[in-house]
Design a protein around this ligand. Structure first.
Ligand SMILES: *[C@@H]1O[C@H](CO)[C@@H](O)[C@H](O)[C@H]1NC(C)=O
Ligand SMILES: *[C@@H]1O[C@H](CO)[C@@H](O)[C@H](O)[C@H]1NC(C)=O
Ligand SMILES: *[C@@H]1O[C@H](CO)[C@@H](O)[C@H](O)[C@H]1NC(C)=O
Ligand SMILES: *[C@@H]1O[C@H](CO)[C@@H](O)[C@H](O)[C@H]1NC(C)=O
Ligand SMILES: *[C@@H]1O[C@H](CO)[C@@H](O)[C@H](O)[C@H]1NC(C)=O
Ligand SMILES: CC(=O)N[C@H]1CO[C@H](CO)[C@@H](O)[C@@H]1O
Length: 368
């Protein structure tokens, strides 16, 4: 509702005139609420004793969240819970469902690898990447993405993309998928702004296609990953197997209100001045039970465009605290000047380019 901000700035300039329009606005709002009340009553007439609370919520959700209209198969209509019915416009044959724009129930997989998890991986690495970033995918495929077993534990690497720009790009992607069988594609618009959707779709894939995995990691495509060190962390006897998430912990981070910034978030989307504790998006590791829990919790957490902080907000909703890694220096944003030994010590760190990943990998793996 950017409209509200515009409203305030206008109101400051032209007080009395705007106050008049404000009255009209509220009359319209009241009318809209009344209409939704009528719609509500006619749909669910025997539940009217709870009606004022619920129709108000429903109207709020309608205005706050971008409504995604997805038609579901008829059979899901029968067993919708009461709460889902509130956010659902009833139809005779199809049911459009929406929680909010980032909820994965609004999307479906175009390319999928549902069989991949039959190998019962211990760890699944999920890499969000733009459809055109084939160089980044190839660099990963020839480096850490090619390690299918680490310390005797099966590891799986998959890439998640959104929609391509057009049919030609789609064809290329499908060809790449046939060749490597490591692409998962969902039907949301792939953009930087939509990274929260991408992350939620990743969690949905893990929850529905790979619930048997013990741990997962969301790791960006420009990262170096030392799987030996990661495995040491995950196999340590004191590492939790449930409700566990770790990485580079961000405490008390202020929300960026500078409109020119890539990380700008409006007060409409996220009103509080600080984010809840979260893990920096470059790479965070979690026990895979959290995938399902986070998707579920996100139904009640209004989305905003900072994916890692959004996961933090969902964790807060679940009452789960991110863990500091035993050695926080293993999750590094930047290492600076190249020193080979640094790459023996870290779990993950940001690199400059796909070629750099290939070069550093070669150098780190060479016999000494
Ligand atoms: C939702 O989708 C259905 C079927 O595609 C369409 O008939 C209906 O008008 C849509 N509703 C809204 C609010 O977009
Ligand atoms: C509804 O019930 C059917 C069959 O009883 C089941 O397959 C489906 O998963 C259920 N849907 C939901 C949303 O619970
Ligand atoms: C992955 O590793 C295997 C050996 O384990 C090798 O034969 C193969 O060429 C590697 N794949 C890539 C893409 O580098
Ligand atoms: C984000 O994705 C949604 C769903 O595909 C789309 O409607 C919207 O335009 C996208 N937004 C941006 C800024 O890409
Ligand atoms: C787990 O144990 C290791 C070694 O015994 C220790 O270094 C590390 O700090 C412990 N981790 C946690 C999370 O307590
Ligand atoms: C009627 C309804 O589904 N209301 C939901 C609106 O969104 C909030 C979360 O912000 C839910 O708690 C309500 O249940």
């Amino acid at each position: 509702m950017a409209a509200k901000n515009i409203w305030h700035s206008l109101a400051q300039e032209r007080g009395p005139y705007m106050r008049h329009i404000k009255r009209i606005f509220f009359v319209l709002l009241t009318l809209a609420l009344l209409l939704s009340a009528i719609a509500y009553v006619s749909d669910f007439n025997f539940e009217t004793f709870t009606f004022p609370q619920i129709w108000l919520n429903s109207a709020m959700n309608w205005t706050h969240y971008k409504v995604i209209n997805r038609t579901l198969a008829v059979h899901t209509q029968k067993n919708l819970t009461k709460q889902q019915r509130c956010t659902t416009v009833a139809q005779t044959t199809n049911v459009p469902i929406y929680y909010h724009v980032a909820h994965p129930s609004n999307y479906h997989f175009i390319l999928d690898e549902p069989e991949k998890c039959k190998q019962n991986p211990f760890l699944v690495l999920m890499v969000p990447v733009a459809p055109h970033q084939v160089d980044a995918r190839n660099a990963i495929r020839s480096t850490w993405g090619n390690e299918s077993s680490v310390q005797g534990k099966a590891v799986l690497t998959l890439f998640l993309v959104g929609l391509t720009g057009g049919p030609e790009a789609q064809q290329q992607l499908e060809e790449e998928s046939r060749q490597h069988r490591d692409l998962v594609q969902s039907n949301f618009v792939d953009s930087y702004f939509n990274l929260t959707i991408k992350t939620m779709v990743i969690l949905d894939w893990l929850a529905t296609r790979c619930p048997q995995a013990q741990y997962s990691m969301k790791v960006d495509s420009d990262m170096y990953l030392n799987l030996e060190n990661l495995m040491n962390l995950l196999l340590a006897p004191n590492t939790s197997k449930e409700n566990y998430i770790t990485g580079m912990v961000m405490w008390d981070r202020p929300v960026i209100r500078d409109k020119g910034s890539k990380w700008y978030v409006s007060e409409e989307l996220y009103p509080e001045p600080k984010y809840p504790t979260y893990l920096l998006g470059m790479g965070y590791v979690f026990s895979n039970d959290l995938s399902k829990k986070l998707v579920e919790a996100s139904k009640n957490v209004k989305p905003f465009n900072i994916e890692d902080a959004y996961v933090g907000a969902c964790l807060k909703q679940l009452g789960i605290e991110p863990s500091s890694p035993p050695d926080p220096s293993k999750f590094k944003a930047y290492l600076g000047q190249y020193i080979r030994e640094d790459f023996f010590r870290v779990i993950t760190t940001i690199l400059g380019s796909p070629q750099q990943l290939i070069d550093i990998w070669k150098d780190v793996k060479r016999p000494t």
